[in-house]
Write a protein that binds this ligand. Structure first.
Ligand SMILES: NC(=O)c1ccc[n+]([C@@H]2O[C@H](COP(=O)([O-])OP(=O)(O)OC[C@H]3O[C@@H](n4cnc5c(N)ncnc54)[C@H](O)[C@@H]3O)[C@@H](O)[C@H]2O)c1
Ligand SMILES: O=C(O)[C@H](O)[C@@H](O)[C@H](O)[C@H](O)CO
Length: 254
C-alpha cells in the first residue's frame, strides 16, 4: 500500500455529530479532503446547512440533537437511507456549562452528561449492528484535556470527558472481534467558538492556558481534523482503544 492509500478515506462515509462548527466542522472538512462523504449532524439546522454548503457535494447536512436518545434509531435509519452505510462515526457534539459547584444545578450537570455520554452511547449503540453487518467500522470520540487533568468550574464536563476514557476502552475491547475500532482524539485548547465563549473576558484564564501550553498558542481546528482522519484511516488499522492527545504539549509540559 502506498502512503496516499494508507491515509485515504475514499469510498468511506462518516457521520459527525456537532459537525457544523469548530472541531466537528474541521473533522468534516479534513475527511472530505481525504475522500470521504460526510454527514454533518448538528442541533442547529442553519449551522449544518451552511457547513455542508461550504464543503460541497460530499457533505450532507442533517439535524439531530444527540441528547434525544429516543430518536437515535430513527436518525440512524434516516442517515442510512441517504448514504447506504456509515463507516466512521465521530461522537463530537458537545456542550459546556461553566459554574462553581454551588451554583451548578443537578439538571445542568445532567444536561452535559446527556449530550457527551448518554447521547454518544445511544447513537453508537444504534449504529453498531450496521457496522457489524458491514464487517467493521471506526468510532471516534472527541475527548479533552479534561479527560486527564482537573480544570475548574466545569464539573459536568470533567465527568463526561473522563467517562469517555472508560467507554473508549470498554467498547474497543468489546467490538474488536467485529472489526470495529474505537478511539478518541483529546484536543488541548483549540480556537473554536466554544473555547472563545468559555474564556471571553477572562484574560487570567486565557493566560493560564497559554502558560501551560509549551507551544504557547491555541491549536487550530484542522490539527484535530487531521488526527481524526488518521485514526479513521487504513494507516491506523491496528489502533484501537487509544486516545490521541493533540495539545501543543499541554499535558506533558509546564
Ligand atoms: N475547543 C476546544 O478547545 C476543545 C477542547 C477539547 C474538547 N473539545 C470538544 O470538542 C467538541 C466540539 O467542540 P467545539 O470546540 O468545536 O465547539 P463548538 O461550539 O464550536 O461546536 C459544537 C457543535 O456541536 C453542536 N451541538 C451542541 N450540542 C449538540 C447536540 N445536543 N446535538 C447535536 N449537536 C450539538 C453545536 O450546535 C455546534 O455546532 C466538544 O465535544 C468539545 O467538548 C473542544
Ligand atoms: O477554562 C478552560 O479550561 C476552558 O473553559 C475549557 O473548559 C474549555 O472550554 C474546554 O476545553 C472546551 O473548549
Amino acid at each position: 500500500m502506498n502512503a496516499e492509500n494508507a491515509f485515504s478515506l475514499a469510498g468511506k462515509t462518516a457521520l459527525i455529530t456537532g459537525g457544523g462548527s469548530g472541531l466537528g466542522f474541521a473533522m468534516a472538512s479534513c475527511m472530505v479532503a481525504a475522500g470521504a462523504t460526510v454527514v454533518i449532524a448538528d442541533l442547529n439546522e442553519e449551522t449544518a446547512k451552511r457547513a455542508a454548503e461550504e464543503l460541497g457535494a460530499a457533505a450532507i447536512p442533517m439535524v439531530y440533537d444527540v441528547s434525544k436518545t429516543e430518536m437515535a434509531d430513527a436518525f440512524v435509519g434516516a442517515v442510512l437511507e441517504k448514504t447506504g452505510k456509515v463507516d466512521i462515526l465521530v461522537n463530537n457534539a458537545g456542550n459546556h456549562k461553566k459554574k462553581p459547584i454551588e451554583e451548578m444545578t443537578v439538571a445542568e450537570f445532567e444536561a452535559v452528561l446527556d449530550v457527551h455520554v448518554v447521547g454518544a452511547f445511544a447513537l453508537t449503540k444504534a449504529l453498531v449492528p450496521f457496522m457489524k453487518q458491514a464487517g467493521g467500522g471506526s468510532v471516534l470520540f472527541t475527548a479533552s484535556m479534561a479527560s486527564f487533568i482537573g480544570t475548574p468550574l466545569v464539573s459536568g464536563y470533567q465527568a463526561a470527558k473522563s467517562a469517555y476514557l472508560g467507554l473508549i476502552r470498554g467498547l474497543a475491547s468489546e467490538l474488536s472481534p467485529s472489526g470495529i475500532r474505537v478511539n478518541g482524539v483529546a484536543p488541548g485548547w483549540i480556537d473554536t467558538p466554544m473555547l472563545r465563549k468559555a474564556i471571553e473576558g477572562d484574560d487570567a484564564r486565557k493566560n493560564k492556558i497559554l502558560g501551560r501550553t509549551p507551544m504557547k498558542t491555541f491549536g487550530k481546528p484542522e490539527d484535530i481534523g487531521w488526527a481524526a482522519c488518521y485514526l479513521a484511516s487504513p494507516a491506523a488499522s491496528f489502533v484501537t482503544g487509544h486516545v490521541l492527545v493533540v495539545d501543543g504539549g499541554a499535558l506533558i509540559g509546564f
